[in-house]
Design a protein around this ligand. Structure first.
Ligand SMILES: Cc1ncc(COP(=O)(O)O)c(C=O)c1O
Length: 560
């Protein structure tokens, strides 16, 4: 019987808790079988692979987005905290996995799952994932990643070149120079932003005369030595929350993150930014960095990067661009101009697992100046010795896998023109969705797409006339918010289609109001205009059902 057929309704949480102790020699035998050379285990490993592949095929080809199980019921499946005594049989474990985990996992590759960055992956990722885990390289040091270290540096240099476009001589000098760092591969945009600000802090409060620098003496001593009253990072109010993590870790506290209001296009207000800088200077606060956002998390809008570059340059402050979302627009001739000014950034974050269509766990930070990351360098006597080629010496993380395999493969197997096609197609479909929403009386468009993200909301029929005249009161908006939250939760639970939700500030009757917004992310190359129509029609259908029945609401509030 196919595994997919065996899944229905089985709860196998105690499958592995046998009472009988298997004799020690038998356990040793079974465990050593797991480590036997693959050529001596051809049939066992091939058998495992065939059965696992069947699960993969079922999963990635599903159209619905979610299983119907209630989240609280699912929690019950994972409450057991005892480690099984004896080694389990692989088939039993796979069956457990199919029933309890795979069966209830979100189908992020469904073309109708258009609410988060996680999406369908190119087919080369799956076989290469097997190669990567089989090789099990640790990219922290050369002794465990002899080829992977220069291979990673090459892939990062390719991305660096797309951003900064320096001369051939520059890249020849720095790509494989162990004293230079063009980029650092990390697990995601969060780590990338943290590293960028860490470098900015250490460089700007570095060693001087007999002061050893912030890295050794700490923030309080550094501010004291340099004569500052405190330190801040400045950026848009729409900065990703990873900046709060960074501010906390860097010792300036989240209050040290100065958030500047944005304009109607969700871009940082430049005069407010200039004023904030002047205020900090007047208060003798050290500005560690000014951050621009190239693709805000909610609606994908891009700050005016060249204006921010001018402002940062005039203030002599590190300029960081968080292009986790929008960075891949550098591949597109049509859309690259939206990023103008990024080439002047001291550091840039780009996520591979967003618009580069790579698996989870790939973020990157690039630095304009190849020596900038030396400000965070750490050494150890067992590895990462001074002047070594070890990538871990200038990194936040220690041990890490060879995820660069996917980036390097993507840059070759998709290539410049392939990425251009993917980026342009994603934006075109998002523009299609925006245009559709603008013509549908059921919806109100809340953002114009710069990239592949879009905000909108459902307006219940009784309030449509007021909404069209922009005469909604605070109470009306509150009602609409509640309705949109119910709509999104129900849609998520029913699982035919998926859109995420967030909040956005809009102006109604000349007052700023926070509204619940539906958030579309068109990140799946397989999503068609028909899928987009299907998602919108599904929402209209659910909204109708909700208007006529309150019972739908009660069950679906078990995760926020
Ligand atoms: C603009 C922006 N920066 C940074 C991040 C953090 O990225 P990650 O989730 O890869 O850590 C995100 C995440 O969505 C983001 O939208």
């Amino acid at each position: 019987m196919a595994l997919s057929q065996q899944r229905q309704g089985k709860n196998q949480q105690n499958l592995f808790l046998e009472n009988e102790l298997t004799p020690r020699y038998a356990v040793a035998n079974e465990v050593m079988q797991l480590f036997a050379p693959s050529n001596s285990l051809v049939s066992t490993e091939a058998n495992m692979a065939v059965k696992t592949d069947a699960l993969v095929d079922d999963f990635v080809n599903a159209i619905h987005t979610n299983s119907e199980i209630e989240f609280n019921a699912l929690l019950e499946t994972f409450v057991d905290s005892q480690v099984p005594i004896n080694p389990a049989n692989f088939d039993n474990y796979l069956e457990y996995l199919a029933n309890n985990v795979v069966n209830h996992s979100i189908h992020t590759s469904s073309p109708r799952f258009i609410g988060h960055m996680t999406s369908a992956l190119p087919c080369f990722v799956r076989p290469l994932a097997k190669l990567m885990t089989a090789m099990n390289q640790n990219v922290v040091k050369i002794e465990t990643a002899k080829a992977f270290s220069p291979y990673e540096r090459q892939a990062l240099a390719m991305m660096h070149r797309l951003i900064y476009n320096f001369s051939n001589e520059f890249y020849r000098e720095h790509v494989q120079n162990s004293q230079s760092t063009l980029g650092i591969l990390v697990s995601g945009g969060t780590a990338a932003n943290i590293i960028a600000l860490w470098c900015a802090r250490n460089k700007s409060l570095g060693a001087k005369n007999n002061f050893p620098g912030v890295e050794k003496a700490g923030l309080a001593a550094a501010l004291d030595y340099y004569g500052y009253q405190g330190a801040v990072v400045i950026g848009s109010e729409l900065m990703h929350y990873s900046f709060e993590k960074a501010a906390d870790l860097l010792g300036i506290g989240t209050h040290g993150l100065i958030k500047i209001p944005t304009n109607i296009n969700n871009q940082v207000d430049l005069s407010a930014l200039r004023q904030a800088i002047a205020d900090c200077q007047a208060k003798n606060l050290h500005i560690i960095a000014i951050a621009g956002v190239a693709g805000t998390t909610d609606s994908g809008n891009i700050d005016s990067l060249s204006d921010i570059a001018d402002i940062a340059q005039a203030a002599n402050v590190h300029f960081h661009v968080d292009a986790a979302w929008g960075g891949p627009l550098i591949f597109s001739e049509q859309h690259r101009q939206k990023l103008i000014g990024i080439e002047r950034a001291d550091s840039v974050t780009i996520d591979g697992h967003k618009q580069l269509y790579l698996p989870m766990g790939i973020g990157m930070v690039f630095t304009r100046e190849p020596q900038l990351a030396s400000s965070i360098e750490k050494n150890a006597s067992y590895t990462m010795r001074k002047n070594s080629f070890d990538l871990g010496k200038r990194a936040l993380e220690g041990s890490r896998p060879g995820m660069v395999l996917f980036l390097h493969a993507g840059l070759h197997l998709i290539g410049l023109k392939g990425y251009e096609f993917l980026i342009d197609a994603g934006i075109e479909k998002t523009q299609y969705m925006a245009a559709r929403i603008a013509t549908m009386p059921e919806f109100e468009l809340l953002s114009q797409p710069d990239i592949n993200l879009l905000l909108y909301r459902y307006i219940p029929e009784s309030l449509r006339e007021l909404a069209a005249k922009n005469e909604l009161t605070e109470i009306d908006n509150h009602q609409i918010n509640i309705f949109n939250e119910r709509l999104q939760k129900t849609q998520r639970q029913v699982g035919r289609t998926f859109i995420s939700r967030t909040t956005k500030t809009i102006t109604c009757l000349e007052k700023e109001t926070s509204v619940t917004a539906l958030r579309a992310v068109i990140a799946n190359p397989l999503t068609t205009q028909d899928d987009i129509d299907a998602v919108l029609n599904d929402q209209i259908q659910i909204a109708l059902d909700l208007s006529t029945s309150d019972s739908l609401e009660a069950n679906h509030t078990n995760y926020v």
